[in-house]
Write a protein that binds this ligand. Structure first.
Ligand SMILES: Cc1cc2nc3c(=O)[nH]c(=O)nc-3n(C[C@H](O)[C@H](O)[C@H](O)COP(=O)(O)OP(=O)(O)OC[C@H]3O[C@@H](n4cnc5c(N)ncnc54)[C@H](O)[C@@H]3O)c2cc1C
Length: 356
């Protein structure tokens, strides 16, 4: 059994935990959570550990590893031939990437562009995982949870999950919900959902908005991701990361106007303007590979902060803070971390620079 969080996280940092409980059934998962809560012991849920930065001091409490399994599909009734859909319920601990591979093989449409993302199915609604023009909010029908505050099970329809850009009600209220399973509603077919991401469309040789064979979309996404160090590979330190370390900032329109002409800008439905964190980092003087021999930006992508082998959490956060300060000095925008920080922190966000 692992004793430190470093063994459970893709960044491979984090000190010891007081207790680590491995929960491979739903009963064990809820039981472990209830026992910790009843004892007043701080609780940390860990599944794939791919979106976590844990302090060098470790976690003084109970770590519950979510390792439940099970995929149950049921064709839509009563008129499946007309609807052509399928409802699939997946246990929280199922690994996400093999599930996407399975979905593409089965002809379940809508998560093919989310190929290659590490971690578990249960964590995907937590930050509304997204990439290459898709996010899980597009296909999640409902999320069944354990509510730690009311000591009951609850099922949230997608509309009640509070999904937004890399957020949800589960992320906003982290001490409350344990995701038990996620139900997806997929259209079935051989072709993908419309390709919305320009780089992916270019790679596939189709127009944005067109469909392509799902297997081609999956392969193209995996190729693009590998080139950016965004597919886990134990032999490649560029992938010893938590993926993107910063979210793309959402700016008020006047703040977006102050950026240089060539900065990327994507208008959002709520009137805010999204810009590219990677662009801001690069144009603030931090190039690929920037950092020390222990902690550095990936050699393939400036958004990933990576452990080069001997990094501590403090090394990684020092680099993250240096980048935050550098981008703020250059463009007046304060970058916000995407991974969940446990027992450690970055300098407080300057709220005036971003919409949220
Ligand atoms: C190389 C790489 C590439 C990545 N690419 C992307 C990407 O393209 N898009 C993207 O959105 N993310 C990406 N990520 C981030 C990460 O993979 C996702 O956020 C993933 O969903 C995290 O899953 P996990 O099981 O590893 O969660 P963990 O890291 O174990 O946990 C993350 C958070 O969710 C909580 N949590 C975990 N399981 C549950 C549960 N069952 N119920 C309630 N809370 C829970 C944890 O307590 C923690 O707060 C990437 C990460 C890496 C390392």
């Amino acid at each position: 059994m692992p004793e430190t969080l470093a063994e459970l996280t893709t960044l491979r940092v984090g000190g010891p935990a007081t207790e680590i409980v491995h929960a491979s059934t739903e009963q064990a998962l809820v039981g472990a959570v209830r026992s910790a809560d009843a004892a007043g012991s701080p609780l940390l849920l860990v599944a794939g550990g791919s979106n976590l930065v844990v302090s060098d001091g470790g976690f003084d409490g109970t770590v519950v590893r979510v390792a439940t399994r099970g995929i149950h599909a049921s064709t839509d009734e009563p008129d499946a031939a007309v609807c052509g859909g399928v409802t699939v319920t997946v246990a929280a601990g199922e690994p996400w990437e093999p599930f996407v591979e399975h979905a593409v093989e089965q002809g379940w449409v809508g998560i093919e562009a989310l190929s290659g993302i590490p971690g578990s199915v249960g964590a995907t609604p937590v930050q509304n995982v997204g990439a290459y023009g898709q996010e899980v909010a597009d296909t999640v029908a409902s999320v069944r949870c354990w509510d730690r505050v009311d000591d009951v099970q609850r099922t949230f329809a997608a509309a009640d999950c509070g999904f937004g850009y890399r957020t949800s009600r589960f992320k906003q209220d982290p001490a409350r919900y344990v995701v038990l399973d996620v139900t997806f509603q997929f259209r079935t077919g051989r072709l993908s959902a419309p390709v919305r991401y320009a780089e992916l469309a270019r790679t596939l040789g189709v127009q944005v908005g067109a469909r392509a064979p799902m297997r081609d979309v999956r392969e193209a996404v995996l190729t693009l991701r590998r080139a950016k160090g965004m597919v886990l590979d134990a032999a490649d330190h560029d992938t010893w990361s938590a993926g993107s370390f910063f979210t793309n900032p959402l700016l008020a329109p006047d703040a977006a106007d102050r950026l240089p002409q060539d900065a990327p800008r994507w208008a959002q439905p709520d009137g805010s303007v999204k810009t590219s964190a990677a662009w801001l980092i690069e144009h603030s003087g931090f190039s690929r590979g920037y950092g020390s021999r222990r902690a550095a930006l990936s050699g393939k992508h400036t958004l990933a902060i990576t452990n080069r082998g001997g990094a501590s959490t403090a090394d990684l956060l020092d680099l993250a803070a240096e980048i935050q300060r550098g981008v703020h000095r250059t463009y007046g925008v304060w970058l916000v971390n995407e991974p969940v920080l446990v027992g450690c922190d970055l300098p407080a966000v300057d709220e005036s620079t971003t919409v949220r």
